[in-house]
Design a protein around this ligand. Sequence first.
Ligand code: ADP
Length: 426
Amino acid sequence: MAARKKEVYVFLMQLLLASLFGILTGHLLLSICILLAFLYFRQAREIHRFEKWIGHGGKGDYPKATGIWEEIYYHIYLLKKTDKRRKKKLRRMIKQFRQSTEALPDAAVVLNANDQIEWSNKTARDVLGLQLSDKGQRIPYLIRSPEFISYLNYGNYTDPVILPSPVNHRLILAVRIVAYGSGLRLLLAQDVTQLKKMETMRKDFVANVSHELRTPLTVLKGYLETVQDLDDGSSPLFTSSFKEMQGQTERMQHLVDDLLLLTRLETKQKKSACVNVPALLSQICKEGDALGNAGRRIELTLESGAHIYGEEQELRSAFTNLLGNALKYSPDDAPVKVRWYQSAATIVLAVEDFGEGISPIDIPRVTERFYRVEGKHRKKVPGTGLGLAIVKHVLMRHDARLEIASTPRKGSCFSCHFPIQRLCKP
Ligand code: ADP
């Protein structure tokens, strides 16, 4: 501001002097024109010097100048200095970020909207077989696994996809994609070989133990039945002990059967055929009705005649578990409603009871293995805590989901939602 005022002041003084000189010599107009031409050429020279300096990137010290030009040079010099400092800081930050991502134990690859590689870290080059020169290449050309390509194109990015490493088939990777920015995606791959190995060991162990327990249990049950047949009732202690032993053996047999079923669900190849669900439900409900005191409490409503692709035995065991629970956890005289219906996007089986219900804290946990809700009367209700885990697994294998709506002391509704794509013609 001060410089501009000074500049105007100097100009006015020059104009005054030129006017005085013009009046004294009798050439006022000429004198003013000469002054203006002088000023014009001076400014043109300064603009030329400025353009030359800025054209060379404004490097080094700025040229010597006076008045407003000195002020302009000085401000540009300050701006450039701040800019240089900011760039240096940014470069340092990028370097630190790169060093930290290079040191990450997980593979990280940045992909653009066209699935082209923008950047990858060292682990990505090691486990995914990428090269530094692959920058700009489309990732589906480099990782050709069909599971990966369908995950990349249509995947639900909330869950990872499990793949063998393209460079070493013994390495198992959990690959996850995170979308960010405008169309950018970060691909992360974690080595889960050990985890998978342990999971396989756990599955094998449970399968082997359950299998090994099966035979001794059958023998034990057989002997108990024989001994019970021989019991003449003379000793109440013996009678009640044998009854208890038989009850516990039966419980253990259920447990072993459920564990074996779960193992099969985890390991067995999926097989699909058209299942007549209305007929299956009618049969299951009839069997449920036949369960003694549960007589005539089951109300089956078949609003849809839909048949779905699936595994009949698996569906039977899931539906039986849901119906069994509804009967177990509600009073003998309360109805249980079973409904098979179709909505716009799903085909639904709903099993509703008017029993004790489940508290909101327990709802997310009831599908965990061996989870049983603690309660006053619970010990009396037989169960293994594996039924809903089986239901969840069966539904997962049918691309379906389980929804649980429950209010304590009012009742529960367990619904299985099958995708419409599972629909088949009867
Ligand atoms: P369980 O063999 O104990 O029935 P499940 O896995 O089938 O095992 O169920 C887990 C727990 O969920 C049960 O112990 C029970 O507490 C609760 N539960 C399941 N179904 C119902 C229901 N219809 N009403 C109330 N509680 C239920």
